[in-house]
Ligand binder design. Sequence first.
Ligand SMILES: [Zn+2]
Length: 476
Amino acid sequence: MEYEAIIGLEVHAQLLTRSKMFCGCSADYAAAPPNTHVCPVCLGMPGVLPVINKRAVEYTIMTGLALHCKIAEFSRFARKNYPYPDLMKGYQISQYEEPLCYDGWLNIEVDGVAKRIGIIRVHLEEDTAKLTHVGEYSLIDVNRSGVPLMEIVSRPDMRTPEEARQYLIKLQQILRYLGVCTGNMEEGAMRCEANISLRPAGSQEWGTKVEIKNLNSFRSVKLALEYEIARQTELLERGERVRQVTVGWDEQRNVTFVQRSKEEAHDYRYFPEPDLPPLYISREWLEEIRSRLVELPDAKQERFVREYGLDPKDAAVLVAEREIADYYEACVKAYGDPVKVCHWISGELFRLLKATELPMSQVKIAPAHLAELLKMVDANTINLNTAKMVFDEMFHTGRRPQDIVQEKGLAQISDADELLRVVQQVIEQNPEPVQQYLKGKEQVLSFLLGQVMRATRGKANPQLAGELLRRSLRGE
Ligand SMILES: [Zn+2]
């Protein structure tokens, strides 16, 4: 029997606010010594009162709008109770029945086919403290406690691990475009949990859902889902039942392991947070936030295709990061010819970025300098191979192409007399290939041209050199 997987994702994203969700402590906790970004509020002392971080609300609304959600005029914080040592108050302030944003969607593309994935809700809550287990002891760092956390819950609309991966990639792009979260999964700034069930293909019933925790990379998400599909398929084929459990993902062994069963599930005893008033979002504020939204990846891709005549696939590569898209547009503005600029960026620049593992933000080539380089090729001052060499040097030093070409004497030789001397020398030094050519072996010409390029250290104007070579060989 064929089975169909039903996959939904819950993503937690740390918001890039300066202060924490309910107190004035710095939310930039990662580099700080343990337990230095703390105060009575985020330490959960009795009698203290939380105050809502306005910027965190704004970031969540921005995200909701980017995900085509409805934004509630009134929403409410709730207490989620559970006893665990990383929760300083013994409860977490979260949102429950009345989230800030709900009922949205985002588009993904797998193998050229577009698919819309529903978003159930986007809500705000606070992060927990960090526990480090050392032998019999646990160390606690409260710096992370109270950092604003946004939870984005998808509908169970995904059917394959690859769709789940694409959803996460798209979500990460959007969060980064908005500047509300770094999106760095390896640092825990964006964390993912998946739920997955199987059902016979074509069936409308729901299977038993398994939750997978601790997914810290795109790769783990895909591998863990593939593992669960195989595991659950095997159970169902043996006529056994899938148990409703929460599993963890073991990155070392590439397996899931049971963390707790349904019987052990927490009863969170949610109730409205008595220390906070309901959150009222005026429609004026909402419209003001909407007016500040940046152009998002999908819209940008569409515009690049329309405005610059790019292939949709090329455009997708350029819009994957906002910095790259901005850089591309600056280069087009400086040079013109959007297709040629696209090829240089997705070809030469990406090759060097990959080789050096540098982020786009550290690229030293000014858009005006790239334009200058391409104009030198257009003007036949340098040939294409030299241009690539110069580009490499520009990438590493940030210098002007003209300076590099001048200093290294890379300007192309387009002087016919000078080139003719080289051509005649090459003909004299290669009597055998010349004979072969004269007997009709046309391919030998590229060998002879290669010798001309070598003799000029790659600086000969290839068109002119080829023409002179052919004419000389014919005895003209
Ligand atoms: Zn604090």
